[in-house]
Design a binder for this molecule. Structure first.
Ligand code: XUL
Ligand code: CO
Length: 440
């Protein structure tokens, strides 16, 4: 079923297996195949992002957009917004993907005033609901864009201007309502301009306190509105601001705890944001999983040779194999989250075909990683090694440490009696790297 003719020349994307030479087929993603007791599609919960794939034109600071899409009429009108929705759903269904994500401003333009802006959003939401119903595609998460319009140039909840704060309250309230209306399973907060460019003009303590107030109001409103989706915060170190307050997972988790918000939020981790913070992606996942706080993933990659947010489609299946090893340690894996391909085709990948190749690559990268992670889990060697490495805590003095049955004085008496700690076993990093290679 197609709503438009725009992808008529592209075949339905299905699984053909690793031997296939068909560029319009999945080689590793077989949606209904069970891996570790669960369908691949239910582990992954793939989502197309509305902004890069349907609102991005690949403009950069050196030149205008290069992606000329035949369905676009060159305007940001409400009429175009309504028409575009059908093309979006055609793309998602042709890919065989089940979810999508959007910002309010991706789907509907601002009006002449706040009331008109809200009206535009709801009109498109009605259309999206019909399309979801007709196609079976679901909303993974919704969010509000509070970083593009000039009114947000000095922050959203961290703005020095209380009217802008109020404006943001309206945006998030409406976006939560629309997300609920569309059955969205999560709601994301990415604080694009929640940071500073200069400390000379910034009261950091006050700005952070305002963000905490804003989050608390969002929690209170969700309760009132009976929105039971998961709230997610998406950390990013910088860009567009010099320093973003939600710098990385550890910072966000500390902030949430400090403000008594930790039980209401999980995190949405983006690969390229992790590297901007000087971490690798899997570090960020591990920080979240250690805190049972991994909510969802925005999947992309940076370029190792430059340091900004290039948002390329992921292609490193070895990294993703390790990611799955971490994700699957959290009960329920990604839970209500999923893999949102927050990535854009390159400026010189002009064709509609490129949109498909890009998503096929991202989805297959994660699917191949999942297959490798399943082999690692089935073999059990790696898990056995890690368990053995910490086995001194399974009995005796180690068990007393873990269960809180000892203290400094008792431990001192213990080690004085022993005279020296037991010798350490090798951490075997190189052996384990060889082992990992064997599965890939
Ligand atoms: C920006 C980014 C956003 C969020 C949603 O770097 O990742 O698109 O995912 O606001
Ligand atoms: Co993102």
């Amino acid at each position: 079923m197609a709503f438009t003719k725009h992808f008529a020349s592209i075949p339905q994307i299905t699984y053909e297996g690793a031997e296939s030479d068909n560029p319009f087929a999945y080689k590793y993603f077989n949606p209904d195949e069970k891996i570790l007791g669960k369908k691949m599609k239910d582990h992954m919960r793939n989502a197309v992002c509305y902004w890069h794939t349907f609102r991005g034109t690949a403009l950069d600071i050196f030149g205008p957009g290069t992606l000329v899409r035949p369905w676009e009429d060159g305007t940001n009108s409400q009429e175009m917004a309504l028409k575009r929705t059908e093309v979006v759903f055609d793309f998602i269904t042709k890919l065989g993907v089940e979810y999508y994500c959007f910002h309010d401003r991706d789907v509907a333009p601002e009006g002449a005033n706040v009331a008109e802006t809200n009206k535009n959003l709801w009109q498109v939401a009605e259309k999206l609901k019909q399309l979801q119903k007709a196609s079976g595609v679901k909303l993974l998460w919704g969010t509000a864009n509070m970083f593009s319009h000039p009114r947000f140039s000095q922050g959203a909840a961290s703005t020095p201007n209380a009217d802008v704060f109020a404006y943001c309250a309206n945006s998030v309230k409406e976006a939560i309502d629309v997300t609920k209306f569309l059955g969205g399973e999560n709601y994301v907060f990415w604080g694009g301009r929640e940071g500073y460019n200069s400390l000379l003009n910034t009261d950091m303590g006050r700005e952070q306190a305002h963000i905490a107030k804003f989050f608390q109001m969002a929690v209170d409103y969700a309760k009132k509105a009976k929105f039971d989706g998961q709230f997610l915060i998406e950390p990013k170190a910088c860009e567009p601001t010099k320093h973003q307050y939600d710098f990385d997972s550890a910072t966000v988790l500390g902030f949430l705890r400090k403000n008594g918000l930790d039980k209401h939020f999980k995190l949405n981790i983006e690969q390229n944001h992790a590297t901007l913070a000087g971490h690798d992606f899997n570090h960020e996942l591990a920080v979240c999983v250690a805190d049972n706080a991994l909510g969802s993933i925005d999947s992309n990659r940076g370029d190792v040779m430059n340091g900004w947010d290039t948002d390329q489609f992921p292609n490193d299946y070895r990294e993703c194999a390790q990611s799955w090893g971490i994700i699957l340690k959290q009960k329920g894996g990604l839970g209500t989250g999923g893999l949102n391909y927050d990535a854009k085709v390159r400026r010189d990948s002009y064709d509609i075909e490129d949109m498909f190749y890009a998503h096929i690559c991202g989805i297959d990268t994660w699917a191949r990683g999942l297959r490798i992670a399943a082999k690692i889990a089935a073999d059990g060697e790696l898990d056995k090694f890690v368990k053995a490495r910490y086995s001194s805590y399974d009995k005796g003095i180690g068990k007393e440490i873990e269960t809180g049955k000892t203290d400094f004085e008792k431990l001192q008496a213990y080690i004085l009696k022993k005279g020296e700690a037991a010798p350490l076993a090798s951490a075997r990093q190189e052996y384990l790297e060889n082992l990992f290679n064997k599965y890939c």
